[in-house]
Write a protein that binds this ligand. Structure first.
Ligand SMILES: [Mn+2]
Length: 489
């Protein structure tokens, strides 16, 4: 993204804050995955939004109308030895030259330089309660200054949640941001198509996830925007099914919720389709009901409407539909009043989308549901989940369907950014029928399923979450499998 875009953002924040105030914003801490191995680093979105600075251990300070410069960055010092082990560092000089900081200092100067700056302002902006260590640091500085009140030192009287302020700035996207988001959605569409073409009974859920993420990485996305969900059969009734160990079964549906992150911008798409390429009667009925609800909701996404209206439209369709099928019993208006649909559709219609997949920005303003405005991007993702519980008649059990698109609110209405991905029953069946053989040839799949290259021949030794019931646990078998497993090499 162009450095001027970051500069314009900082300018907007400085103007909003006004003279007599100061903002302090840390980036995200690094996180350990296990032992001393770290997760790949990803900056805090608010911090990156204003700075474009990608390194960990950095703190930005903004002081409107400060003569020596309004944007000060504290970051890691250059260190030849550390850089050899852990990677390059920009250093304070680089922060000024490459990232537009007016002033930049090593982190070691933080304690010395920041408290005197705090003592010059009345309003202190910082992200309240996001990073515990940082809250402590701020309170420590404040208390240190208060102890010196007899020296004439004055401390800020107002604390403002900086995260809230930046989230509001981020809510309506600029052309540069939308260009990133369009690219992220286009790449995600390609990835979903790849999975759709390769899907077949016998694959593991994680293998479809691997196909999706391969397409992301190949196209320049260094990470998914959130952990990829591949949930087949009964697993589709778990909203954020965390494991991907199960084998795709002939006759089941598979739900894939996956989106690429490109240059710090997210996409978030869900499609649900039959593992074998053909919907059965019940699956088709539920699928088309969710699709009808999604269409009704998308029709309510336009500038001037309230945030809640697409959700209400979806609830109406889903409640009527479930009543027609005999899954809900009663009068539609009563069922809506009692929120009876929540047993089978328990989440909201969607969320803001941007740098974070669940992007910042409040949904209610002064007790009113927020008005939709051009430049906002939201997901529209109704679902119906019918697990094997007594309230669900046998023929409907273990059907879980969610359909999710990314919708930009425009001056004239809306634009579905993810429109080029098969969605109707006909489109999906047609696409799968036309592409499966070709995909098989291109990627080397055979009729029996996925080529494991001779590795991991017993992946279901790990977990068989879906199939594992008490009767299945045969300790003799488990022991045998475990000793057969080759731990060598
Ligand atoms: Mn979503």
């Amino acid at each position: 993204m162009d450095t001027n875009e970051f500069k314009r953002r900082r300018q907007r924040l400085l103007e909003l804050m006004g003279k007599g105030s100061m903002a302090i914003l840390p980036t995200a801490p690094e996180k350990n995955r296990n032992s001393n191995t770290r997760y790949p680093y990803r900056s805090d979105s608010n911090f990156y939004y204003l700075t474009g600075f990608p390194e960990p251990e950095a703190i930005a300070v903004f002081i409107p109308e400060r003569e020596q410069g309004q944007y000060i960055l504290f970051c890691r010092e250059k260190n030849a030895e550390k850089e050899t082990w852990e990677g390059r560092r920009v250093g304070p000089d680089g922060a000024k030259a490459l990232y537009g900081a007016d002033d930049a200092f090593p982190l070691s100067e933080l304690d010395k330089l920041v408290p005197p700056m705090i003592a010059t302002c009345q309003r202190l902006f910082y992200p309240l309660g996001y990073v515990e260590d940082f809250d402590k640091l701020i309170m420590g500085w404040m208390n240190g200054l208060r102890r010196r009140v007899r020296e004439g030192i004055v401390t800020p009287t107002t604390m403002v949640d900086l995260a809230y302020v930046i989230h509001e700035l981020r809510l309506r996207k600029t052309e540069a941001e939308l260009s990133n988001m369009r690219r992220a959605t286009d790449i995600s569409i390609r990835a979903h198509k790849r999975a759709m073409a390769l899907c077949r009974p016998g694959l593991h859920e994680y293998q479809l996830a691997a196909e999706i993420e391969h397409e992301f990485a190949k196209s320049g996305c260094r990470s998914p925007a959130y952990p990829t969900i591949v949930a087949s059969g009964a697993n589709a009734c778990i909203l954020h099914h965390p494991d991907k160990y199960d084998v795709l079964q002939d006759g089941d549906l598979v739900l894939i919720d996956a989106g690429a992150e490109l240059d710090y911008y997210a996409s978030d798409i869900t499609r649900t389709y039959p593992v074998n390429g053909r919907f059965n009667k019940q699956q088709k009925i539920i699928y088309e009901l969710v699709l009808k609800a999604q269409k009704a909701a998308i029709n309510k996404v336009y500038a001037g409407n309230r945030w809640i209206e697409p959700h209400q439209a979806a609830i109406q369709v889903i409640t009527e539909g479930l009543k027609d099928l005999g899954i809900l019993v009663g009068k539609v208006e009563d069922l809506i009043q009692e929120e009876a649909y929540k047993k089978f559709y328990m989440h909201r219609i969607g969320h803001w989308l941007g740098m974070d997949v669940h992007d910042g920005g409040v949904y209610k303003v002064e007790e009113e549901w927020r008005e939709l405005k051009p430049g906002m991007v939201m997901t529209v993702e109704p679902g119906i989940y019918l697990p094997a519980i007594p309230e669900v008649p046998d023929e409907w059990r273990n059907i879980g369907v969610r359909i999710e698109d990314n919708v930009l609110i425009t001056e004239g209405g809306h634009e579905v950014l993810t429109a080029n991905l098969p969605k109707t029953v006909w489109e999906i069946e047609e696409f799968m029928a036309n592409n499966q053989t070709q995909a098989q040839n291109v990627y080397g799949y055979d009729e029996s399923g996925y080529d494991t290259g001779g590795m991991a021949e017993k992946p279901d030794l790990l977990v068989r979450s879906r199939n594992l019931v008490d009767d299945d646990i045969d300790s003799a078998d488990v022991e045998k499998d475990a000793t057969d497993f080759d731990f060598g090499n």
